[in-house]
Ligand binder design. Structure first.
Ligand SMILES: Nc1nc2c(c(=O)[nH]1)N[C@H]1C(S)=C(S)[C@@H](COP(=O)(O)O)O[C@H]1N2
Ligand SMILES: [Mo]
Length: 538
Protein backbone atom coordinates (compact mmCIF):
# COMPACT_ATOMS: atom_id res chain seq x y z
CA UNK A 1 0.00 0.00 0.00
CA UNK A 2 1.32 3.38 -0.87
CA UNK A 3 -1.45 5.53 0.58
CA UNK A 4 0.71 7.47 3.01
CA UNK A 5 -2.33 8.76 4.86
CA UNK A 6 -2.84 5.31 6.38
CA UNK A 7 0.73 4.31 6.89
CA UNK A 8 1.88 7.30 8.86
CA UNK A 9 2.69 6.72 12.52
CA UNK A 10 0.49 9.57 13.60
CA UNK A 11 -0.91 9.10 17.08
CA UNK A 12 -4.45 7.80 16.97
CA UNK A 13 -7.01 10.48 17.54
CA UNK A 14 -7.84 10.56 21.21
CA UNK A 15 -4.37 9.49 22.29
CA UNK A 16 -2.99 13.00 22.47
CA UNK A 17 -5.82 14.51 24.54
CA UNK A 18 -5.64 11.48 26.85
CA UNK A 19 -1.90 11.87 27.29
CA UNK A 20 -2.53 15.58 27.68
CA UNK A 21 -4.97 14.86 30.50
CA UNK A 22 -2.37 12.60 32.10
CA UNK A 23 0.12 15.48 31.81
CA UNK A 24 -2.38 17.72 33.55
CA UNK A 25 -2.73 15.31 36.45
CA UNK A 26 1.04 14.96 36.70
CA UNK A 27 1.38 18.74 36.69
CA UNK A 28 -1.27 18.96 39.42
CA UNK A 29 0.52 16.36 41.55
CA UNK A 30 3.85 18.10 41.04
CA UNK A 31 2.32 21.45 41.97
CA UNK A 32 0.79 20.01 45.17
CA UNK A 33 3.97 18.16 46.10
CA UNK A 34 6.15 21.24 45.62
CA UNK A 35 3.63 23.39 47.51
CA UNK A 36 3.54 20.87 50.36
CA UNK A 37 7.32 20.85 50.47
CA UNK A 38 7.40 24.65 50.57
CA UNK A 39 4.70 24.69 53.27
CA UNK A 40 6.97 22.48 55.34
CA UNK A 41 9.48 25.32 55.28
CA UNK A 42 6.99 28.20 55.64
CA UNK A 43 4.02 27.02 57.77
CA UNK A 44 1.87 23.88 57.49
CA UNK A 45 -1.21 26.13 57.48
CA UNK A 46 0.01 27.91 54.34
CA UNK A 47 -0.31 24.83 52.11
CA UNK A 48 -2.90 25.18 49.32
CA UNK A 49 -5.33 22.46 50.43
CA UNK A 50 -5.39 23.69 54.02
CA UNK A 51 -5.68 27.34 52.97
CA UNK A 52 -8.45 26.76 50.44
CA UNK A 53 -10.19 24.40 52.88
CA UNK A 54 -10.02 27.00 55.64
CA UNK A 55 -11.42 29.65 53.33
CA UNK A 56 -14.22 27.26 52.37
CA UNK A 57 -15.05 26.54 56.02
CA UNK A 58 -15.26 30.27 56.79
CA UNK A 59 -17.68 30.76 53.91
CA UNK A 60 -19.87 27.77 54.72
CA UNK A 61 -23.36 28.90 55.81
CA UNK A 62 -24.44 27.67 59.24
CA UNK A 63 -27.05 25.34 57.74
CA UNK A 64 -24.51 23.61 55.47
CA UNK A 65 -22.08 23.30 58.35
CA UNK A 66 -24.80 21.74 60.49
CA UNK A 67 -25.55 19.35 57.62
CA UNK A 68 -21.87 18.41 57.25
CA UNK A 69 -21.52 17.77 60.98
CA UNK A 70 -24.70 15.65 60.94
CA UNK A 71 -23.54 13.53 58.02
CA UNK A 72 -19.80 13.33 58.44
CA UNK A 73 -19.35 14.15 62.13
CA UNK A 74 -15.71 14.79 62.97
CA UNK A 75 -14.75 13.42 59.52
CA UNK A 76 -16.17 16.59 57.95
CA UNK A 77 -12.67 18.03 57.56
CA UNK A 78 -11.38 14.94 55.76
CA UNK A 79 -14.39 15.00 53.43
CA UNK A 80 -13.75 18.67 52.70
CA UNK A 81 -10.09 18.09 51.83
CA UNK A 82 -10.95 15.13 49.61
CA UNK A 83 -13.53 17.33 47.89
CA UNK A 84 -10.92 20.01 47.22
CA UNK A 85 -8.54 17.41 45.77
CA UNK A 86 -11.32 16.07 43.55
CA UNK A 87 -12.11 19.53 42.18
CA UNK A 88 -8.39 20.15 41.62
CA UNK A 89 -8.10 16.82 39.75
CA UNK A 90 -10.97 17.83 37.44
CA UNK A 91 -9.30 21.15 36.64
CA UNK A 92 -5.97 19.38 36.04
CA UNK A 93 -7.58 16.87 33.66
CA UNK A 94 -9.29 19.62 31.68
CA UNK A 95 -6.22 21.86 31.48
CA UNK A 96 -4.09 18.90 30.50
CA UNK A 97 -6.47 17.77 27.76
CA UNK A 98 -6.30 21.29 26.38
CA UNK A 99 -2.53 21.55 26.61
CA UNK A 100 -1.37 19.64 23.50
CA UNK A 101 -3.20 22.19 21.32
CA UNK A 102 -3.17 25.24 23.58
CA UNK A 103 0.10 24.88 25.39
CA UNK A 104 0.28 28.38 26.84
CA UNK A 105 -3.31 28.47 27.99
CA UNK A 106 -2.95 25.12 29.73
CA UNK A 107 0.07 26.32 31.66
CA UNK A 108 -1.55 29.65 32.42
CA UNK A 109 -4.49 27.72 33.91
CA UNK A 110 -2.14 25.91 36.29
CA UNK A 111 -0.60 29.24 37.28
CA UNK A 112 -4.08 30.58 37.98
CA UNK A 113 -4.85 27.65 40.30
CA UNK A 114 -1.62 28.44 42.14
CA UNK A 115 -2.75 32.05 42.45
CA UNK A 116 -6.07 30.94 43.96
CA UNK A 117 -4.20 28.93 46.59
CA UNK A 118 -1.86 31.84 47.29
CA UNK A 119 -4.74 34.28 47.67
CA UNK A 120 -6.54 31.90 50.03
CA UNK A 121 -3.39 31.53 52.11
CA UNK A 122 -2.76 35.26 52.59
CA UNK A 123 -6.46 35.85 53.21
CA UNK A 124 -6.55 33.50 56.22
CA UNK A 125 -7.08 35.27 59.55
CA UNK A 126 -3.95 33.63 60.96
CA UNK A 127 -1.83 34.48 57.92
CA UNK A 128 1.64 35.67 58.86
CA UNK A 129 1.99 37.74 55.70
CA UNK A 130 3.07 37.45 52.10
CA UNK A 131 5.33 34.46 52.74
CA UNK A 132 2.15 32.41 53.15
CA UNK A 133 1.62 32.85 49.39
CA UNK A 134 4.92 31.12 48.63
CA UNK A 135 3.87 27.45 48.77
CA UNK A 136 1.00 27.84 46.30
CA UNK A 137 3.02 30.22 44.11
CA UNK A 138 6.06 27.97 43.69
CA UNK A 139 3.77 24.95 43.31
CA UNK A 140 1.82 26.70 40.56
CA UNK A 141 5.00 27.69 38.73
CA UNK A 142 6.43 24.17 38.95
CA UNK A 143 3.17 22.65 37.69
CA UNK A 144 2.89 25.16 34.86
CA UNK A 145 6.45 24.48 33.67
CA UNK A 146 5.91 20.73 33.79
CA UNK A 147 2.69 20.91 31.80
CA UNK A 148 4.33 23.20 29.25
CA UNK A 149 7.20 20.78 28.85
CA UNK A 150 5.07 17.63 28.61
CA UNK A 151 2.67 19.27 26.18
CA UNK A 152 5.72 20.14 24.08
CA UNK A 153 6.61 16.44 23.83
CA UNK A 154 3.06 15.80 22.64
CA UNK A 155 3.18 18.46 19.96
CA UNK A 156 3.14 17.10 16.41
CA UNK A 157 6.22 17.87 14.41
CA UNK A 158 6.88 17.32 10.77
CA UNK A 159 9.59 14.71 10.04
CA UNK A 160 12.98 16.06 9.12
CA UNK A 161 13.65 16.17 5.38
CA UNK A 162 14.87 12.77 4.23
CA UNK A 163 12.74 10.98 6.79
CA UNK A 164 15.26 11.08 9.68
CA UNK A 165 13.00 12.96 12.05
CA UNK A 166 12.00 11.50 15.41
CA UNK A 167 12.86 8.15 16.81
CA UNK A 168 10.67 6.22 14.47
CA UNK A 169 10.45 8.89 11.83
CA UNK A 170 12.81 7.13 9.50
CA UNK A 171 10.50 4.22 8.94
CA UNK A 172 7.21 6.10 9.04
CA UNK A 173 7.50 9.61 7.72
CA UNK A 174 4.72 11.96 8.89
CA UNK A 175 3.85 14.28 11.76
CA UNK A 176 4.50 12.70 15.11
CA UNK A 177 5.22 13.37 18.73
CA UNK A 178 8.23 12.79 20.91
CA UNK A 179 7.04 9.60 22.51
CA UNK A 180 10.25 8.65 24.24
CA UNK A 181 10.77 12.17 25.55
CA UNK A 182 7.24 12.20 26.92
CA UNK A 183 7.52 8.85 28.69
CA UNK A 184 10.85 9.79 30.22
CA UNK A 185 9.73 13.22 31.39
CA UNK A 186 6.39 11.95 32.69
CA UNK A 187 8.03 9.16 34.70
CA UNK A 188 10.65 11.50 36.10
CA UNK A 189 7.94 13.97 37.09
CA UNK A 190 5.89 11.25 38.80
CA UNK A 191 8.88 10.03 40.81
CA UNK A 192 10.00 13.55 41.74
CA UNK A 193 6.48 14.55 42.84
CA UNK A 194 6.14 11.49 45.02
CA UNK A 195 9.53 12.25 46.58
CA UNK A 196 8.72 15.91 47.16
CA UNK A 197 5.32 14.99 48.61
CA UNK A 198 6.80 12.56 51.11
CA UNK A 199 9.56 14.98 52.09
CA UNK A 200 6.95 17.73 52.53
CA UNK A 201 4.91 15.52 54.87
CA UNK A 202 7.99 14.75 56.93
CA UNK A 203 8.90 18.44 57.19
CA UNK A 204 5.34 19.33 58.15
CA UNK A 205 5.39 16.68 60.85
CA UNK A 206 8.55 18.12 62.38
CA UNK A 207 7.48 21.75 62.13
CA UNK A 208 5.91 21.78 65.60
CA UNK A 209 8.94 20.36 67.39
CA UNK A 210 9.41 23.27 69.81
CA UNK A 211 5.74 23.09 70.72
CA UNK A 212 5.89 19.35 71.34
CA UNK A 213 8.98 19.79 73.48
CA UNK A 214 7.35 22.59 75.49
CA UNK A 215 4.40 20.31 76.21
CA UNK A 216 6.55 17.32 77.12
CA UNK A 217 8.71 19.42 79.46
CA UNK A 218 5.70 20.85 81.23
CA UNK A 219 5.05 19.76 84.80
CA UNK A 220 1.68 21.07 85.90
CA UNK A 221 1.71 22.66 89.38
CA UNK A 222 -0.60 21.22 91.99
CA UNK A 223 -3.86 23.14 92.32
CA UNK A 224 -4.24 25.59 95.21
CA UNK A 225 -7.90 24.67 95.22
CA UNK A 226 -8.22 21.01 94.20
CA UNK A 227 -11.49 19.59 92.96
CA UNK A 228 -13.07 17.30 95.52
CA UNK A 229 -12.82 13.65 94.53
CA UNK A 230 -15.64 12.56 92.24
CA UNK A 231 -18.22 10.94 94.56
CA UNK A 232 -18.18 7.18 94.06
CA UNK A 233 -21.92 7.28 93.59
CA UNK A 234 -21.56 9.74 90.69
CA UNK A 235 -20.18 6.95 88.51
CA UNK A 236 -22.55 4.01 88.14
CA UNK A 237 -21.46 0.74 86.61
CA UNK A 238 -23.85 0.09 83.78
CA UNK A 239 -22.53 -1.25 80.48
CA UNK A 240 -22.94 1.31 77.71
CA UNK A 241 -23.33 4.43 79.89
CA UNK A 242 -20.98 7.38 79.27
CA UNK A 243 -18.22 7.38 81.86
CA UNK A 244 -18.56 10.31 84.25
CA UNK A 245 -15.15 11.65 83.25
CA UNK A 246 -14.51 11.57 79.52
CA UNK A 247 -10.95 10.42 78.77
CA UNK A 248 -9.01 12.99 76.71
CA UNK A 249 -8.67 10.71 73.70
CA UNK A 250 -12.47 10.19 73.63
CA UNK A 251 -13.35 13.86 74.19
CA UNK A 252 -15.23 15.32 71.22
CA UNK A 253 -13.39 17.83 69.10
CA UNK A 254 -15.09 20.67 67.25
CA UNK A 255 -13.11 23.48 65.61
CA UNK A 256 -12.35 25.03 62.25
CA UNK A 257 -8.65 24.11 62.24
CA UNK A 258 -7.62 21.84 59.35
CA UNK A 259 -4.15 21.68 60.87
CA UNK A 260 -4.11 21.58 64.68
CA UNK A 261 -2.15 24.66 65.84
CA UNK A 262 1.04 23.64 67.64
CA UNK A 263 1.90 26.48 69.97
CA UNK A 264 5.23 26.66 71.79
CA UNK A 265 4.27 27.37 75.42
CA UNK A 266 7.60 29.10 76.10
CA UNK A 267 6.86 31.67 73.39
CA UNK A 268 3.14 31.97 74.16
CA UNK A 269 1.69 35.27 75.41
CA UNK A 270 -1.79 36.32 76.45
CA UNK A 271 -2.81 39.94 76.14
CA UNK A 272 -5.74 41.37 78.13
CA UNK A 273 -6.96 44.76 76.95
CA UNK A 274 -9.94 46.78 75.79
CA UNK A 275 -12.79 48.83 77.23
CA UNK A 276 -12.67 49.34 80.94
CA UNK A 277 -9.35 47.52 81.29
CA UNK A 278 -7.59 49.92 83.67
CA UNK A 279 -4.34 47.93 83.72
CA UNK A 280 -3.83 45.98 80.49
CA UNK A 281 -1.40 43.05 80.82
CA UNK A 282 0.50 40.61 78.70
CA UNK A 283 1.15 37.29 80.45
CA UNK A 284 3.60 34.52 79.65
CA UNK A 285 2.79 30.88 80.31
CA UNK A 286 5.02 30.94 83.41
CA UNK A 287 3.19 34.06 84.66
CA UNK A 288 -0.02 32.08 84.40
CA UNK A 289 1.36 29.00 86.17
CA UNK A 290 2.65 31.17 89.04
CA UNK A 291 -0.88 32.30 89.83
CA UNK A 292 -3.32 30.43 92.05
CA UNK A 293 -4.65 27.43 90.18
CA UNK A 294 -8.01 25.84 90.71
CA UNK A 295 -9.21 22.46 89.56
CA UNK A 296 -12.84 21.86 88.58
CA UNK A 297 -15.01 19.27 86.87
CA UNK A 298 -16.90 20.99 84.07
CA UNK A 299 -19.05 19.52 81.30
CA UNK A 300 -18.52 21.11 77.89
CA UNK A 301 -21.22 21.04 75.21
CA UNK A 302 -21.21 22.08 71.56
CA UNK A 303 -24.09 24.12 70.16
CA UNK A 304 -23.91 21.84 67.10
CA UNK A 305 -24.92 18.86 69.21
CA UNK A 306 -28.21 17.39 67.98
CA UNK A 307 -30.63 15.97 70.54
CA UNK A 308 -29.02 12.66 71.53
CA UNK A 309 -25.75 13.67 69.83
CA UNK A 310 -22.13 13.03 70.83
CA UNK A 311 -20.67 16.55 71.20
CA UNK A 312 -20.67 16.71 74.97
CA UNK A 313 -17.97 15.63 77.38
CA UNK A 314 -16.91 16.05 80.98
CA UNK A 315 -13.35 16.72 82.12
CA UNK A 316 -11.37 17.82 85.16
CA UNK A 317 -9.84 21.15 84.21
CA UNK A 318 -6.92 22.90 85.90
CA UNK A 319 -6.52 26.61 85.41
CA UNK A 320 -6.61 30.21 86.52
CA UNK A 321 -9.87 31.87 87.53
CA UNK A 322 -10.54 34.30 84.74
CA UNK A 323 -12.58 36.63 86.97
CA UNK A 324 -9.62 37.14 89.34
CA UNK A 325 -7.34 38.10 86.47
CA UNK A 326 -9.94 40.47 85.04
CA UNK A 327 -10.51 42.08 88.43
CA UNK A 328 -6.76 42.66 88.78
CA UNK A 329 -6.82 44.40 85.43
CA UNK A 330 -9.50 46.74 86.76
CA UNK A 331 -12.37 45.20 84.82
CA UNK A 332 -15.83 45.59 86.36
CA UNK A 333 -18.85 43.60 85.18
CA UNK A 334 -21.75 45.60 83.70
CA UNK A 335 -23.73 45.12 86.93
CA UNK A 336 -20.97 47.06 88.73
CA UNK A 337 -20.91 49.80 86.14
CA UNK A 338 -18.27 48.35 83.80
CA UNK A 339 -18.43 49.64 80.21
CA UNK A 340 -17.81 46.28 78.49
CA UNK A 341 -20.51 43.59 78.28
CA UNK A 342 -18.69 41.26 75.89
CA UNK A 343 -15.37 39.47 76.37
CA UNK A 344 -13.89 38.49 73.00
CA UNK A 345 -11.30 35.74 73.10
CA UNK A 346 -9.04 35.36 70.07
CA UNK A 347 -6.95 32.30 69.21
CA UNK A 348 -3.66 31.94 67.38
CA UNK A 349 -5.60 30.68 64.34
CA UNK A 350 -7.74 33.79 64.17
CA UNK A 351 -10.89 32.33 65.74
CA UNK A 352 -12.96 34.75 67.84
CA UNK A 353 -15.50 33.79 70.52
CA UNK A 354 -17.56 36.21 72.61
CA UNK A 355 -18.82 35.62 76.16
CA UNK A 356 -20.93 37.86 78.39
CA UNK A 357 -18.61 39.62 80.86
CA UNK A 358 -21.37 39.33 83.45
CA UNK A 359 -21.37 35.51 83.23
CA UNK A 360 -17.59 35.25 83.36
CA UNK A 361 -17.46 37.43 86.51
CA UNK A 362 -20.59 36.25 88.36
CA UNK A 363 -18.74 33.85 90.62
CA UNK A 364 -18.82 30.75 88.42
CA UNK A 365 -15.57 28.94 87.71
CA UNK A 366 -14.73 30.46 84.34
CA UNK A 367 -11.21 29.25 83.65
CA UNK A 368 -8.13 29.87 81.62
CA UNK A 369 -7.38 26.15 81.58
CA UNK A 370 -3.91 24.65 81.23
CA UNK A 371 -4.70 21.08 82.30
CA UNK A 372 -7.29 18.50 81.26
CA UNK A 373 -7.80 15.32 83.26
CA UNK A 374 -4.40 15.53 84.93
CA UNK A 375 -2.28 16.30 81.88
CA UNK A 376 -1.38 19.43 79.92
CA UNK A 377 -4.10 20.26 77.40
CA UNK A 378 -3.76 18.03 74.34
CA UNK A 379 -2.88 20.07 71.22
CA UNK A 380 -6.30 19.31 69.72
CA UNK A 381 -7.98 20.72 72.84
CA UNK A 382 -6.12 24.01 72.92
CA UNK A 383 -2.57 23.67 74.29
CA UNK A 384 -1.17 25.64 75.98
CA UNK A 385 -4.24 27.57 77.24
CA UNK A 386 -7.98 27.59 76.54
CA UNK A 387 -11.06 29.07 78.12
CA UNK A 388 -13.80 27.03 79.77
CA UNK A 389 -16.95 28.66 81.13
CA UNK A 390 -19.55 26.49 82.91
CA UNK A 391 -23.02 26.90 81.47
CA UNK A 392 -22.14 28.37 78.06
CA UNK A 393 -21.88 26.50 74.76
CA UNK A 394 -18.32 26.09 73.50
CA UNK A 395 -18.66 28.53 70.61
CA UNK A 396 -19.38 31.44 72.98
CA UNK A 397 -16.78 30.59 75.58
CA UNK A 398 -14.30 27.75 75.15
CA UNK A 399 -11.60 29.43 73.00
CA UNK A 400 -8.74 27.00 72.33
CA UNK A 401 -5.16 28.19 71.62
CA UNK A 402 -6.17 31.52 73.15
CA UNK A 403 -3.77 34.48 72.82
CA UNK A 404 -5.86 37.61 73.26
CA UNK A 405 -8.74 38.79 75.45
CA UNK A 406 -10.46 42.00 74.48
CA UNK A 407 -13.17 43.67 76.53
CA UNK A 408 -15.76 45.23 74.24
CA UNK A 409 -19.54 45.35 73.77
CA UNK A 410 -22.03 43.13 71.97
CA UNK A 411 -23.02 46.20 69.94
CA UNK A 412 -19.48 46.91 68.79
CA UNK A 413 -18.28 43.49 67.70
CA UNK A 414 -19.64 40.21 66.31
CA UNK A 415 -17.27 37.25 66.72
CA UNK A 416 -16.77 34.46 64.15
CA UNK A 417 -19.88 32.31 64.68
CA UNK A 418 -22.19 35.26 65.27
CA UNK A 419 -21.19 36.56 61.82
CA UNK A 420 -22.40 33.17 60.58
CA UNK A 421 -25.99 33.11 61.86
CA UNK A 422 -25.40 31.79 65.38
CA UNK A 423 -26.78 33.61 68.42
CA UNK A 424 -24.80 36.24 70.34
CA UNK A 425 -25.69 34.72 73.69
CA UNK A 426 -26.03 31.00 74.16
CA UNK A 427 -26.45 29.41 77.58
CA UNK A 428 -26.52 25.59 77.46
CA UNK A 429 -30.04 24.15 77.17
CA UNK A 430 -31.21 21.48 79.63
CA UNK A 431 -30.75 18.14 77.87
CA UNK A 432 -30.69 14.41 78.48
CA UNK A 433 -29.49 11.48 76.40
CA UNK A 434 -30.16 7.75 76.34
CA UNK A 435 -26.78 6.00 76.05
CA UNK A 436 -28.15 2.48 76.35
CA UNK A 437 -29.94 0.63 74.81
CA UNK A 438 -28.76 1.83 71.41
CA UNK A 439 -31.33 2.64 68.71
CA UNK A 440 -32.77 -0.52 67.12
CA UNK A 441 -31.24 -2.74 69.79
CA UNK A 442 -32.96 -6.08 70.40
CA UNK A 443 -32.82 -6.73 74.14
CA UNK A 444 -34.51 -9.78 75.65
CA UNK A 445 -37.72 -9.42 77.63
CA UNK A 446 -37.30 -8.81 81.38
CA UNK A 447 -35.28 -6.16 83.14
CA UNK A 448 -33.46 -3.89 80.68
CA UNK A 449 -31.25 -1.12 82.06
CA UNK A 450 -32.04 2.15 80.33
CA UNK A 451 -29.31 4.66 81.18
CA UNK A 452 -27.59 7.81 80.08
CA UNK A 453 -26.57 11.31 81.05
CA UNK A 454 -28.35 14.63 81.61
CA UNK A 455 -26.87 18.11 81.74
CA UNK A 456 -27.86 21.68 82.58
CA UNK A 457 -24.48 23.21 83.40
CA UNK A 458 -24.42 25.76 86.20
CA UNK A 459 -28.06 25.12 87.04
CA UNK A 460 -27.76 21.45 87.90
CA UNK A 461 -30.01 18.46 87.21
CA UNK A 462 -32.72 17.65 89.74
CA UNK A 463 -34.80 15.01 88.03
CA UNK A 464 -34.74 12.65 85.05
CA UNK A 465 -37.81 10.76 83.86
CA UNK A 466 -38.33 8.02 81.32
CA UNK A 467 -41.43 7.26 79.32
CA UNK A 468 -42.14 3.97 77.58
CA UNK A 469 -44.26 4.46 74.46
CA UNK A 470 -47.17 6.72 75.44
CA UNK A 471 -47.10 5.67 79.08
CA UNK A 472 -46.66 7.90 82.12
CA UNK A 473 -43.34 9.63 82.94
CA UNK A 474 -41.52 7.49 85.48
CA UNK A 475 -38.67 8.76 87.65
CA UNK A 476 -35.18 7.46 86.80
CA UNK A 477 -32.52 6.88 89.44
CA UNK A 478 -30.08 9.76 89.51
CA UNK A 479 -26.42 9.09 90.22
CA UNK A 480 -24.89 11.40 92.84
CA UNK A 481 -24.16 14.94 91.74
CA UNK A 482 -20.52 15.95 91.39
CA UNK A 483 -21.25 19.63 90.87
CA UNK A 484 -23.95 21.64 89.17
CA UNK A 485 -21.47 22.34 86.39
CA UNK A 486 -21.25 18.67 85.45
CA UNK A 487 -23.57 16.23 83.81
CA UNK A 488 -25.30 13.58 85.86
CA UNK A 489 -25.75 9.91 85.07
CA UNK A 490 -29.18 8.33 85.36
CA UNK A 491 -30.62 4.84 85.02
CA UNK A 492 -34.01 3.23 84.80
CA UNK A 493 -34.59 -0.50 85.23
CA UNK A 494 -37.29 -1.20 82.67
CA UNK A 495 -39.50 -4.27 82.78
CA UNK A 496 -39.41 -4.81 79.04
CA UNK A 497 -42.21 -6.66 77.31
CA UNK A 498 -42.02 -8.22 73.84
CA UNK A 499 -42.51 -6.05 70.81
CA UNK A 500 -41.43 -2.67 69.51
CA UNK A 501 -41.09 0.16 72.04
CA UNK A 502 -40.10 3.80 72.08
CA UNK A 503 -38.11 5.04 75.08
CA UNK A 504 -38.02 8.78 75.73
CA UNK A 505 -36.14 10.76 78.37
CA UNK A 506 -36.55 14.22 79.85
CA UNK A 507 -34.67 16.13 82.52
CA UNK A 508 -35.67 18.84 84.98
CA UNK A 509 -33.06 21.36 86.05
CA UNK A 510 -32.69 23.04 89.43
CA UNK A 511 -34.65 26.09 88.34
CA UNK A 512 -37.58 23.68 88.01
CA UNK A 513 -37.64 23.95 84.24
CA UNK A 514 -38.56 20.73 82.45
CA UNK A 515 -36.60 19.96 79.27
CA UNK A 516 -38.84 21.20 76.51
CA UNK A 517 -40.40 18.84 73.99
CA UNK A 518 -40.35 21.61 71.42
CA UNK A 519 -37.94 20.58 68.70
CA UNK A 520 -35.38 23.13 67.54
CA UNK A 521 -32.47 22.72 65.14
CA UNK A 522 -28.95 23.49 66.33
CA UNK A 523 -28.89 26.90 64.56
CA UNK A 524 -29.00 29.52 66.05
CA UNK A 525 -28.69 28.72 69.77
CA UNK A 526 -28.69 24.96 70.29
CA UNK A 527 -31.00 21.99 69.65
CA UNK A 528 -33.99 21.29 71.87
CA UNK A 529 -36.45 18.45 72.10
CA UNK A 530 -36.36 15.04 73.72
CA UNK A 531 -34.20 12.06 72.92
CA UNK A 532 -36.04 8.88 71.94
CA UNK A 533 -34.75 5.43 71.14
CA UNK A 534 -36.73 2.73 69.37
CA UNK A 535 -35.98 -0.87 70.37
CA UNK A 536 -37.47 -4.28 69.69
CA UNK A 537 -37.74 -6.59 72.66
CA UNK A 538 -37.38 -10.26 71.70
N1 LIG B 1 -9.63 28.36 68.40
C1 LIG B 1 -10.81 27.75 68.41
N2 LIG B 1 -11.41 27.51 69.59
C2 LIG B 1 -12.61 26.88 69.62
C3 LIG B 1 -13.25 26.48 68.44
C4 LIG B 1 -12.60 26.74 67.21
O1 LIG B 1 -13.09 26.41 66.12
N3 LIG B 1 -11.38 27.36 67.23
N4 LIG B 1 -14.48 25.84 68.50
C5 LIG B 1 -15.27 26.04 69.70
C6 LIG B 1 -16.38 25.12 69.81
S1 LIG B 1 -17.67 25.36 68.71
C7 LIG B 1 -16.47 24.16 70.78
S2 LIG B 1 -17.87 23.29 71.03
C8 LIG B 1 -15.32 23.88 71.65
C9 LIG B 1 -14.95 22.42 71.56
O2 LIG B 1 -13.83 22.14 72.33
P1 LIG B 1 -13.14 20.72 72.21
O3 LIG B 1 -12.77 20.54 70.75
O4 LIG B 1 -11.97 20.74 73.10
O5 LIG B 1 -14.16 19.70 72.63
O6 LIG B 1 -14.18 24.65 71.30
C10 LIG B 1 -14.45 25.98 70.98
N5 LIG B 1 -13.20 26.67 70.84
MO1 LIG C 1 -19.35 24.14 69.40
Amino acid sequence: MTDDGKNRRTPRSGTRPALGALSGVLAGCAALAVAELAAGRVRPQAGPVVAVGGAAIDRTPAAVKAWAIRNFGTDDKLVLQLGILAVLALFALALGALAPRYRRSGSAGVLLLGAVGAAAAIGRPDSTGLTDALPSAVGGVAGAFLLYFLAGRLALRAPAPGGAGGTEGAAFPGPEWDRRGFVLAASAAAVASAGAGVLGRVLNATSGRDAVASREDLVLPAPDSPAPAVPRAAQVRIPGISSFTTPNQDFYRVDTALVVPKVDATAWRLRVHGRGVVRPVTLSFDDLLRRDLIERDITLTCVSNEVGGPYVGNARWLGVRLADLLTECGVRPPSAGGPADQLVARSVDGMTLGSPVEDVMDGRDALLAVGMNGEPLPFAHGFPVRMVVPGLYGYVSACKWIEDIELTTFDAYDPYWVKRDWARRAPVKTQSRIDTPKPFARPGAGTVMVAGVAWAQHRGIDKVEVRVDDGPWQPARLAAEDSRDTWRQWSFPWQATRGGHTLTVRATDRTGAVQTEERARTVPDGASGRHSVVVTVD
